[in-house]
Design a binder for this molecule. Sequence first.
Ligand SMILES: NC(=O)c1ccc[n+]([C@@H]2O[C@H](COP(=O)([O-])OP(=O)(O)OC[C@H]3O[C@@H](n4cnc5c(N)ncnc54)[C@H](O)[C@@H]3O)[C@@H](O)[C@H]2O)c1
Length: 249
Amino acid sequence: MKRFENYTAMVTGGGRNIGEGISLAFANAGANVIVCDLDGNNAKATVEKIEAMGGQAMAAVFDVRDREAAFKAVADGIERFGKIDCLVNNAGGSAWLLRKLSDFVDADPDVLDFVLDINIKGTMNCTQAVLPSMIENKCGKIISMSSIAGIVGLPGRTDYSAAKAAIIGFTKALAMEVGQYNICVNCIAPGAIERDGNPFEHMTHLGENGHGGKPSDIADTVLFLAENNYITGENIVVDGGRTLGVSHR
Ligand SMILES: NC(=O)c1ccc[n+]([C@@H]2O[C@H](COP(=O)([O-])OP(=O)(O)OC[C@H]3O[C@@H](n4cnc5c(N)ncnc54)[C@H](O)[C@@H]3O)[C@@H](O)[C@H]2O)c1
């Protein structure tokens, strides 16, 4: 029996990098996966990889900022797989996606809306879509992607820092509301994780040549939380020690 048999995970931003890593890890452990992404080609590519492994997956192509689309994706997922056990709110990003990073004093209000919407509103939309069925089942896991930018400052990304800090607050308050239904709500704060196979060379406290993390480092943490029934309202930092403090050695 596999670790996540008879289990369905819904992963937003599941078509690339961290989200793809989470989707593949769930499938590898026996879960059905609803691979959600704005980019249909990426979502379908992840689904094809899962099917090639002998797993079960479906693509849900929608923008997490679109509340109605999030509800439809949840309904479609439940129709196909019967239930959703775990929602991973992974879709998100900074103004870098628009190549419009800037200091706050110069920030374009439309860019501020974009960053807040994809990260915190998208997380809220998908969570609200999936919660009624989890409450009915008296079982569920909500795991959202924060960032170390939500716990320490990141100049040029005030909007992203604010949105990722909001995910931590949202996680704690929601965990208190839905604990009575046996639903655990947690978030993860990654440090620098490689994207499109390009390793980051950021400072960590892992040896002289501190290295960045891989999507599998985050996927391992997601699967750990997906299996645990007693951790809730937590933010787990996965950053190789980067935010531990300043070293004077
Ligand atoms: N990579 C890092 O170093 C790092 C560090 C800390 C936090 N994070 C967070 O982890 C998550 C994943 O990061 P990544 O580096 O893999 O991102 P990425 O940009 O490589 O991939 C994100 C995926 O989400 C999809 N997506 C983007 N906006 C969407 C939307 N509005 N609706 C639906 N899908 C959407 C994209 O199409 C893409 O497939 C993000 O929330 C990011 O903020 C990443």
